[in-house]
Design a protein around this ligand. Structure first.
Ligand SMILES: [Cu+2]
Length: 119
């Protein structure tokens, strides 16, 4: 073996060791990405809000999307928010700044009800 070949061989060995150490030393990159769970999505489909109750932290934004083929609204029972009529695939969002329980309904179909719990 020439000196150059020894150097190449040891360099290659070092690269292999580095790769093995890196694979062994990175157990899970996605282990602590809890912050992305703050906001919530509610789907409107088949004359119902789903999930019917969503629980979010203070400051979270809830987005409703109308997946039904008829128009619906999202209206707070307490008057806090009031969407315009949402046609198919249209969205409505509201950001909840205070803790509490916020019931809502669809003003076109008042039997459609849901709840946002902010804590
Ligand atoms: Cu409706």
């Amino acid at each position: 073996m020439t000196g150059k070949n020894v150097w190449v061989a040891s360099f290659a060995a070092a690269v292999v060791i580095a790769i093995v150490l890196q694979l062994a030393g990175s157990p899970s990159v996605a282990a602590n990405d809890q912050s992305s769970a703050a906001n919530a999505e509610v789907k409107i489909d088949n004359f119902s809000f789903g999930p019917q109750t969503v629980t979010v932290p203070v400051g979270a934004t809830v987005t409703w999307t109308n997946r039904d083929d008829i128009p619906h609204t999202v209206v707070s029972t307490d008057g806090l928010f009031n969407s315009k009529v949402r046609d198919t695939d249209e969205k409505f969002s509201y950001t909840f700044a205070k803790a509490g329980t916020y019931p809502y309904y669809c003003s076109v179909h008042p039997k459609m009800t849901g709840k946002v719990v902010v804590q």
